[in-house]
Write a protein that binds this ligand. Structure first.
Ligand SMILES: Nc1nc2c(c(=O)[nH]1)N[C@H]1C(S)=C(S)[C@@H](COP(=O)(O)O)O[C@H]1N2
Ligand SMILES: [Mo]
Length: 509
């Protein structure tokens, strides 16, 4: 191997440390750039920094904030950068003796960032750290190699030009990547600032106040915060659109086609409702479901305005996201339920991830047939005439939400340390009337039901574990919806119309 020509390291320790530091800087920079493109906020330094903030004891946090004020964040990011580059230098020293171990160590650092990023967010948030890990592991070798005095096989002395070539190249790329990341980030913030500057008018029909008792003693929040709300769409990059130039067209089999700007919608009567939405791809026990307070314009009002012609049986919605289309049964939009063109989510304009400027929300239907994000057009047509994106791919034509329930506490394999089993059950637009839990092969026991937030939202439940013997057990849950139908035990996969079966966990007392 070239690196062992003389049976001993050919790089001086100082150069190896410098090379390692540059490889680390390059890794951070490329991760930063990747984050600016796919997931602002998930830059590896920021992710690691914010986890440190999360993990730091409150007194330490307060002391730091007291000492540094608002400079705490730049300080933290600077500190993380310096520490990582320091580690890079150490890894450079390691790689000088054992190149593979060096690469593994770099990858290990990247892995820590990946895990921290994954803890905070979705898979997309992990991507920048993956980029960093690979960038570090792949560039460490070449940077060190280019600092090796191959052209001086006889001696340990090394030309300064050779050193500068590797280190400078790495350094320049690192600086450029960081700069590009900053520019992209700034552009994103401009758009986001414009979004945040929008104030949604007070809806004419407010959501009913939720009873305090909708929240059970488990640990799933009744209302899902926007930044942890599940995200499903066909885009790798989150589409980002502005209201300028955006409009919603309603056409097809209508008497009076209509085109509405964002301001037009803001000027119309709005409703505000708590609604749970769920994905057809949610496995039994899965978390592709969330509840938000949505604000928007009733679709029924819009349909009345355009005058739907006889023969139309579906609203075929189009998105700014190229290629995505969605079939919603006309009946579900005109039967009195609170189907809306939503502009607001939990008190703010829709986040980009969830469809800004506007999306559809229809209680009781899976997202793929009802929840078009980055909405651009509602086309009144017939099922015979148009097939939607997922329909073409074999998914069920109509997608009513199935009656389901989930055990959240304790987690599968965990200990029932809270003295309860708890979870959620849902059957949107039918409501939940009963939840039952079975321990091992025992009888079905009725769980305590949290207060109802209405038939369009999930319902929480819990069951005290008093009376369950010490040791290892299984718990199984099933729900009964508002029509009296009991959740089926039959197991079906998510394809083509949603998973069925009972959620079950192992736990110990
Ligand atoms: N434009 C667009 N809208 C879409 C989708 C999509 O892929 N593209 N996916 C749908 C699916 S399958 C679901 S489950 C919901 C998810 O909405 P959320 O990401 O806000 O949770 O959005 C729906 N709207
Ligand atoms: Mo979905």
């Amino acid at each position: 191997m070239a690196s062992r020509t003389h049976g001993e390291p050919v790089t001086t320790p100082r150069l190896a440390a410098l090379g390692g530091a540059v490889a680390a800087a390059l890794a951070l920079a490329l991760g930063h750039l990747a984050a600016a493109i796919v997931a602002p906020g998930a830059s590896p330094v920021v992710v690691v920094g914010s986890q440190i903030v999360d993990l730091a004891p409150t007194p330490v946090k307060n002391a730091v904030i007291g000492l540094l004020g608002t400079a705490d964040k730049p300080f933290l990011i600077g500190a993380v950068t310096v520490v990582v580059i320091g580690f890079g230098a150490l890894i450079g020293l390691l790689a000088r003796l054992r190149p593979t171990a060096g690469r593994v160590a770099v990858f290990g650092l990247g892995l820590i960032a990946m895990v921290l990023a994954g803890r905070r967010g979705s898979m997309v948030d992990v991507l920048p750290s993956v980029v960093s890990a690979f960038a570090g592991a792949l560039t460490l070798g070449p940077i060190l190699t280019s600092t090796r005095p191959e052209e001086y096989p006889g001696g340990p002395r090394i030309s300064r030009r050779t050193v500068f070539r590797g280190v400078l190249a790495g350094g320049v790329v690192a600086v450029l990547a960081t700069g590009a990341g900053q520019l992209l980030g700034a552009a994103g913030r401009v758009v986001d600032t414009a979004r945040r500057a929008i104030t949604l008018p007070t809806p004419r029909s407010r959501a009913k106040a939720l009873p305090e008792g909708v929240q059970a003693p488990g640990d799933t929040p009744f209302t899902t915060p926007n930044d942890t709300f599940y995200r499903i769409d066909i885009s790798l990059l989150v589409p980002s659109h502005q209201v300028e130039g955006w409009s919603l067209t309603i056409d097809g089999m209508v008497d009076r086609p209509l085109q509405l700007s964002y301001d037009d919608l803001l000027g119309m009567d709005m409703i505000e409702r708590d609604i749970t939405i769920a994905c057809v791809s949610n496995e039994v026990g899965g978390d592709l479901i969330g509840t938000a307070r949505w604000q928007g314009v009733r679709i029924a009002d819009l349909l009345e305005r355009v005058g739907v012609q006889a023969g139309a049986d579906q609203v075929f919605s189009h998105s700014l996201e190229a290629g995505f289309t969605c079939s919603t049964p006309l009946a579900a939009l005109t039967d009195g339920r609170d189907a809306m063109i939503a502009l607001g989510m939990n008190g703010e304009p829709l986040p980009d991830r969830h469809g800004f400027p506007a999306r559809m929300i229809v209680p009781g239907l899976f997202g793929y047939v009802s929840a078009t994000k980055w909405l651009s057009r509602l086309q009144l047509t017939s099922y015979a005439e148009e097939q939607a994106y997922w329909t073409v791919r074999g998914w069920a034509i109509e997608g009513p939400v199935l009656t389901q329930s989930r055990i959240d506490v304790p987690s599968d394999g965990g200990q029932a340390t809270k003295g309860i089993l708890a979870g959620v059950a849902w059957a949107m637009h039918r409501g939940i009337d009963k939840v039952e839990v079975r321990i091992d092969d025992g009888p079905w026991q009725p769980a305590q039901l949290a207060d109802s937030g209405g038939i369009d939202v999930w319902r929480q439940w819990w069951l005290p574990t008093t009376g369950i013997s010490a040791g290892s057990h299984t718990a199984t849950v099933r729900a009964t919806d508002g029509t009296g139908a009991v959740q089926t035990q039959d197991q079906a996969p998510v394809f083509p119309s949603g998973a069925t079966g009972w959620d079950s966990i192992r736990f110990t007392i």
